[in-house]
Design a protein around this ligand. Structure first.
Ligand SMILES: Cc1cc2nc3c(=O)[nH]c(=O)nc-3n(C[C@H](O)[C@H](O)[C@H](O)COP(=O)(O)O)c2cc1C
Length: 211
């Protein structure tokens, strides 16, 4: 069972893990997190369309839009199993609770010149970040995965050489930790943390904390 998202009161959501921010941020940033346990409830197809659309409108170097996505839902079990097999063993254990799996690819060369696009993966990440933020107010969560089987994915989908399988993405409504193996449940309940500001933001020179 899921509860709908209310940005004013979203910390009441049973799956809420609001970021303990030092400065105020929009609720959509605060409330995004990466669950491993997803509910059985399917993702509404209009929500899925809007989440993909948000990715489409991300910025990219030379507007190359190097991202490509294979989207598989549990409504189509064969396609879903194919996508699931593209994940590594650890990720398969929990990601199989998600009603939607997405495989994400980056075109590593520019389509016009054939030259290397050093920012292709950066752009892909930005597109996925857009998707994650579009998902949050829809009471949906995204969990990205580096743990994929790139060679297996290449072979399964006959991926053209200029495209690189980069990540997998699980998408769905938050689910209770009991949905995933016991040794993974503690992480679902754990608090969220980040490096301190002075390690991340510099002022004037390298390593000089901004704060
Ligand atoms: C590019 C990328 C790769 C990731 N790979 C995995 C993965 O293979 N398996 C996994 O369980 N989590 C993976 N994560 C999730 C991160 O561990 C998670 O985003 C991080 O701990 C911060 O937590 P939060 O997203 O809940 O804020 C990945 C996240 C990103 C952005």
């Amino acid at each position: 069972m899921t509860t709908s998202y209310d940005p004013q009161d979203s910390t009441d959501h049973p799956g809420a893990k609001p970021a303990p921010t030092r400065h105020p941020v929009r609720p959509v940033i605060r409330d995004r997190w990466s669950p491993r346990a997803f509910a059985d409830e399917p993702v509404d197809s209009a929500d899925l369309d809007s989440i993909l659309e948000a990715g489409r409108w991300a910025a990219s170097s030379f507007n190359e839009q190097p991202w490509r996505f294979i989207v598989a839902t549990k409504d189509e079990p064969e396609a879903y199993e194919r996508a699931l097999a593209g994940l590594n063993e650890f990720n398969r254990k929990w990601a199989s609770t998600a009603p939607v799996l997405i495989l994400a690819f980056a075109r590593t060369t520019f389509s016009k010149t054939g030259e290397a696009n050093a920012h292709a993966r950066y752009d892909l990440g930005q597109a996925v970040a857009h998707m994650a933020l579009e998902a949050t107010p829809r009471d949906l969560f995204i969990h990205q995965m580096a743990g994929i089987r790139p060679d297996h994915i290449r072979e399964t989908y006959d991926v053209p050489d200029e495209f690189e399988p980069v990540t997998g993405i699980a998408l769905g409504h938050w689910g209770r930790p009991e949905r995933i193996p016991e040794d993974m449940r503690e992480g679902e309940r754990a608090g969220r943390s980040r490096k301190p500001h002075d390690e991340l933001f510099f002022d004037g020179g390298w390593g000089e904390p901004r704060s």
